[in-house]
Structures are given as structure tokens and as C-alpha cells.
Ligand binder design. Structure first.
Ligand code: GLN
Length: 455
């Protein structure tokens, strides 16, 4: 197929499915077709080669794209057209990607269902009565519904892995510092990472290899030594040591999810891996520590949206302070406001030591617990989420319950580790289940190799 044919096919799929799924905030047919023509020309004259040349992609709407609306699924950025492109997206463009548009998400990536978007919820392509997960729900639903060949997501506390699991696709959250955050609109800067979402491990490894780069525009960017992630796509787990945290199989885990996870562990064992259960300590502290740190950073990062420089400004106001207040009150949704209030509270004098500092100490201890585990194991195995995709509407009424659903993913971000979610079956309702594999820092290849067993 030509690049134009592939792009046309994706755009046709989007036209046919969007009214049911709503994966996209913005679809730019015209630029996509112009770009497709240009890329085809470069392929024809031999100036562009490689596995991603001419492949249409969807980008989560919290990554800046020059000249293309970037909303973070928030009313406050309803008209924001960036003047520059995120580094990860530039890396894809260099490899010949054709950008179809921007995908829906929880507002500012705060949420686990894609229901907090100001532009309507995304629905799960497997069953449209259910959520796709979040916050990268639009990207995962778009891949699952075959509206694009792959997508980029971001993961602060599970936002690539959890929706990948709910939508039956594969997603990788890389080691912190691997993919540049330049041009990613910040949520929790010490936790945020961009990563690939695609139909399988092979595609994800290829995309990750392409978006990985050292970038001096991101002060936390790391110069990685080994970035040949695709070299780990080998069907061989002989002698690999895999640990399953007992706490990841306990209370709150849906029995059908548990069964699928243990069956996946068995498969790895049959292929020659050494699998055992162990006690990863501090699991119960991950959620509170994460929600304190993420909210604290968010409250600071979101201070820039004030109606002055860009985005939404209230229509009527009396003086500057009233303009700030009304613009923010009208521009942010309820979940974002909840996080700003929580974050401002834990950072305020008198409470800083009791909450924020304590959360940072907990984060350090969680990292130590993982260090201890990785002295023994190559990979940690468990579920990506305690259940399959809930029904639409269920989580909005009970945010605390929604937060608890992040129990298996947030500690990976607190410790800066790489994690992957791969499909490992469906439950009796026909909804996909995701297996999570966690690696030590910079050991993406271990989780890619283990995940490849299921391809
Ligand atoms: N559900 C988590 C939260 O709301 C994680 C979101 C994310 O990774 N962006 O913070």
C-alpha cells in the first residue's frame, strides 16, 4: 500500500467509528493527506526509509503539535495552538510518521477512565457501555478500533498501561528520562513519561526505539547507552527470574483477572523462566504517596493557566484577580480542581512536612523495595489493573475508588521504572485483561523479551 492509501484507510475508519468511540479531540484530514503525499515522495526518491516511514499515528492531546490544536481535553486550552512540537513527536516525524490528529484523554491526564475530558468521554471499542481506561484512553481506543496504526500516550501513574489493558492493546511506560518531556504539557513532572501504544510488543519496541533520545531541552533527560530495544524481540525466557509480588494478588483483585495473570506466569514458566512469589513491601503506601506527590506537582504546574497568556479567558470580570479566579473556575473541570486543592494543601506551610515530605520519604522507600526485588529478579509480574474496564459513569461518582484502581501502576512511576502492559486474555464479559511486566531502571529489554513470549 502507498502512504496515501494507508492514511486514507485510517481516516475512513475514523469517520466510520468516531460517533461511537470518540477517540479523537482533533482530526486533521487535510494536513494528514498533504503529509502523506510528501512522505511517499521521500520514500520513492530514497531519502526516507525505516519501519515507521509513512505509518499514520495518533498523538495524545497533551503533546504540543505546531499549528495543531492541543487541548489536554480541557476547556481552559480550548483554543491553544502551539508554536512548537514536542520532541517525541519530532522524532516520529523524522522517521516519517503521518499525524492523523490528537486523541482524547482525561483532563490534564488526571483520571483513569477518559471521562473527565471536557470533550465527552471515549468509549471502549470492545464494548461501548464501558470506559477505555485512562488517562490515555483515546490513544488506546484508537489503536484498538484500528483508527490508527499506533499512538503515543503519557503515563504519570498508569495512564499508558491501564488503558492498554482495558482496550486489549500493548503499551510501554519507559524508564523515567528515556523519552524527552519537552512539549509534553506537565502533570506531575517527576513522574510523567511518554510511551508507545500499539497492537503488539514488536511495534511498541520499534516505536520506543524511535522516540528515545537525549534532549538537553528536558533537564531530566538521560543519555541512554543501549536503545536497541528491538534486539530484545526474541522468544527466549530460559533462566529469566520472574517475581510475583504476593500483595499484587490479594484483596481487591478480580478473580478472573487473577486467573489470567497466573496462567500467563505459568506460560513463562513452561518456557523456562523461573517464577516465584515474593513479598514486595510498602504496596499499601503507593496510592497515598502517589496522590500527594502528583497533586502537589500538578497544583504548581497548572498555575500557568491563568487566562492571561493563552487559552480560555472569562467574558466578564472586575480586575485582574477576579479575571484569574473566574477563568480558572470556569476553565478547569471538577477532577482537576480537586487535584489543585489537594496539591496546594499538602504544599502549604504547616502541612508540607506532614504530607508532602512524608510522601517523598515513602517514595524513596518504595524505590528501595524495588531495588531489593531487582537484586533477585529480572522482571516483576502482576496485573496492570485490579479489574477489567468498568461501565461508563461508575467511577465519576466515586473518585476515591477510582484512585484505588491505580494500585499496581503508580509505584512504577514513583520508582522511575519501565513497565509494559500486554493482553493476556478476556474475562467472561468479553473484556480484555492486561498483564503488567515491570523491569529495573534502564532494563526495558527484559520486559520486552518477557512480553514477546505472548506474541
Ligand atoms: N489515574 C492516575 C491519576 O489520575 C494516573 C494518571 C496518569 O498516569 N496520567 O493521576
Amino acid at each position: 500500500v502507498t502512504v496515501e492509501e494507508a492514511t486514507r484507510a485510517a481516516l475512513d475508519a475514523i469517520r466510520a467509528k468516531e460517533k461511537d468511540i470518540n477517540s479523537f479531540v482533533t482530526v486533521d484530514e487535510e494536513s494528514a493527506m498533504i503529509r502523506a503525499k510528501e512522505v511517499q515522495k521521500m520514500i520513492d526518491d530514497g531519502t526516507l526509509t525505516g519501519p515507521l516511514a509513512g505509518v499514520p499515528v495518533a498523538i495524545k492531546d497533551n503533546m504540543c503539535t505546531k499549528g495543531m490544536l492541543t487541548t489536554c481535553s480541557s476547556k481552559i486550552l480550548y483554543n491553544f495552538i502551539p508554536t512548537y512540537t514536542a520532541e517525541a513527536v519530532i522524532n516520529l516525524e523524522k522517521a516519517g510518521a503521518v499525524i492523523l490528529g490528537k486523541t482524547n484523554m482525561d483532563e490534564f491526564a488526571m483520571g483513569s477512565t477518559t471521562e473527565t475530558s471536557a470533550y465527552g468521554e471515549t468509549k471502549n471499542p470492545w464494548n461501548t457501555a464501558h470506559v477505555p481506561g485512562g488517562s490515555s484512553g483515546g490513544s488506546c481506543a484508537a489503536v484498538a478500533a484500528e483508527e490508527c496504526y499506533y499512538a503515543l500516550g503519557s503515563d504519570t501513574g498508569g495512564s499508558i498501561r491501564q488503558p492498554s489493558s482495558f482496550c486489549g492493546v500493548t503499551g510501554i511506560k519507559p524508564t523515567y528520562g528515556t523519552v524527552s518531556r519537552y512539549g509534553l504539557i506537565a502533570y506531575g513532572s517527576s513522574l510523567d513519561q511518554i510511551g508507545p501504544i500499539a497492537k503488539d510488543v514488536t511495534d511498541c519496541a520499534t516505536i520506543l526505539e524511535t522516540i528515545t533520545s537525549y534532549d538537553k531541552k528536558d533537564s531530566t533527560s538521560v543519555k541512554r547507552e543501549e536503545t536497541d530495544f528491538t534486539s530484545a524481540l526474541v522468544d527466549d525466557v530460559k533462566g529469566m527470574k520472574i517475581g510475583i509480588p504476593r500483595d499484587y494478588l490479594g484483596e481487591g483483585l478480580d478473580p478472573e483477572v487473577k486467573e489470567a495473570i497466573l496462567a500467563a506466569a505459568k506460560t513463562l514458566e513452561e518456557k523456562g523462566a523461573i517464577v516465584e512469589e515474593f513479598d514486595l513491601s510498602l504496596v499499601e503506601y503507593a496510592i497515598p504517596a502517589y496522590y500527594v506527590i502528583a497533586a502537589a506537582e500538578a497544583s504548581s504546574n497548572l498555575a500557568r493557566f491563568d487566562g492571561v497568556k493563552y487559552g480560555y479567558r472569562t467574558k466578564e470580570y472586575e480586575g485582574l484577580h477576579n479575571m484569574y479566579k473566574k477563568s480558572r473556575s470556569e476553565g478547569f473541570g471538577p477532577e482537576v480542581k480537586r487535584r489543585i486543592m489537594l496539591g496546594s494543601f499538602v504544599l502549604s506551610s504547616g502541612y508540607y512536612d506532614a504530607y508532602y515530605l512524608k510522601a517523598l520519604r515513602t517514595k524513596a522507600l518504595i524505590k528501595q523495595a524495588f531495588d531489593k526485588a531487582f537484586a533477585k529478579y529480572d522482571v516483576i509480574l502482576g496485573p496492570a489493573a485490579p479489574t477489567t474496564a468498568p461501565k461508563l459513569g461508575e467511577s465519576l461518582s466515586d473518585p476515591l475508588k477510582m484512585y484505588l484502581g491505580d494500585v499496581y501502576t503508580v509505584s512504577v512511576n514513583l520508582a522511575g521504572l519501565p513497565g509494559i502492559s500486554v493482553p493476556c486474555g478476556v474475562d467472561s464479559k468479553g473484556l480484555p485483561i492486561g498483564l503488567q511486566l515491570i523491569g529495573d531502571c534502564f532494563k526495558e529489554k527484559n520486559i520486552i523479551r518477557a512480553a514477546y513470549s505472548f506474541e
